[in-house]
Design a protein around this ligand. Structure first.
Ligand SMILES: [Zn+2]
Length: 322
């Protein structure tokens, strides 16, 4: 109970301190009072407060789904679901959306750890300036990955990404450059040897033969991590660019890759690396049609470009003056 109260206090303080006069002078002057309620044993924040803090307007309501908008963001919230859509990308929540006493509530944990870094990247992550990108092609050597050819495909995609990043002036460190076995511990060590860096771990997925789509993992919101908020911002930028570059004819491709969302996991790689870090599962090799797309140069080139663009967007957003 004490832990929860402290937790919430930190959350309130964090948001309060980060609120700047330029955003809304009147509100900043009087301060913003977050008031949580306890639902199903967890701290929840009523939607009215969230709307007011982020200056969101309700633009649509259909059955259980509510759409909120401000100048830059569109949010879709569905009562009872444990996911939310922000600017058309899916994010998995740690707690479900609850309606209580005719009011929609989001958990304080999700608001602090997920929604705030997406809504206000410059406020949350402005200290994490970097120039090094650690690329981690999954598997290799005796570890062939979870599906046929995963190890060689991750390396080829990482190499394409490296070339583009170097052209943009980034320093790139690879956890492997050949078809060799590198333990997870060694991958963490390589990434941790860099002072200011971000990490992209590249994988392809395996599952039931009908399962397909792209998903991105970040460290679990329940896991204390120094770069948790920055990782959310990085995941948002890379995940949404990946889907855009693969699917939007404006970017020259129509691969029709499904958005499986940004998800939390307790992967030891994400846990062990203290930099902003994400793990991308860039499609299913066990899905016949999707595997054919993944093997094409066009698919890999689009993904490599989208990773670089996502990294650029992330860097620009954290460098913005608050
Ligand atoms: Zn893998």
């Amino acid at each position: 109970m004490i832990a929860r109260a402290l937790h919430l206090f930190t959350f309130i303080t964090l948001l309060f301190c980060a609120f700047t006069p330029s955003a809304n002078a009147q509100q900043a002057k009087i301060g913003f009072q977050w008031r949580s309620v306890e639902l199903r044993g967890k701290a929840y924040i009523p939607l009215e407060q969230i709307k007011s803090f982020y200056q969101l307007q309700e633009s649509k309501r259909k059955n259980q789904t509510l759409t909120l908008e401000n100048r830059r963001t569109q949010i879709e919230i569905t009562i009872g679901e444990q996911k939310i859509r922000i600017n058309r990308a899916t994010f998995y929540l740690s707690e479900p959306v609850i309606e209580s006493a005719d009011t929609i509530h989001l958990s304080a944990l999700d608001l602090r750890s997920l929604i705030d870094p997406v809504m206000r990247p410059a406020k949350v992550a402005r200290d994490q300036i970097f120039n090094t990108v650690v690329l981690d092609p999954g598997h290799g050597g005796k570890d062939r990955g979870s599906a046929k050819q995963e190890a060689s495909l991750t390396l080829s995609l990482a190499e394409k990404t490296r070339e583009l990043l170097v052209n943009q002036g980034y320093r790139v460190v690879m956890t492997r450059t050949e078809d060799q076995f590198v333990s997870l511990g060694e991958r963490v060590r390589i990434a941790q040897a860099e002072a200011n860096a971000i990490l992209l771990s590249i994988h392809f997925n395996a599952g039931q033969k009908n399962t397909h789509g792209l998903e991105t993992y970040i460290i679990s919101a329940r896991e204390p991590h120094p770069a948790a908020a920055s990782s959310v911002t990085l995941a948002t930028a890379v995940h949404s660019r990946s889907l855009l570059y693969l699917n939007d004819p404006m970017y020259g491709n129509q691969f029709q890759i499904v958005d499986r969302g940004i998800k939390h996991a307790k992967f030891s790689l994400l846990k062990g690396v203290s930099h902003p870090a994400i793990l991308i599962e860039a499609g299913f090799l066990t899905h016949e049609e999707e595997a054919a797309k993944i093997h094409s140069e066009a698919y890999q080139n689009a993904l490599a470009k989208s990773f670089v663009r996502g990294i650029e967007v992330y860097r620009a957003s954290i460098q913005k003056k608050p």
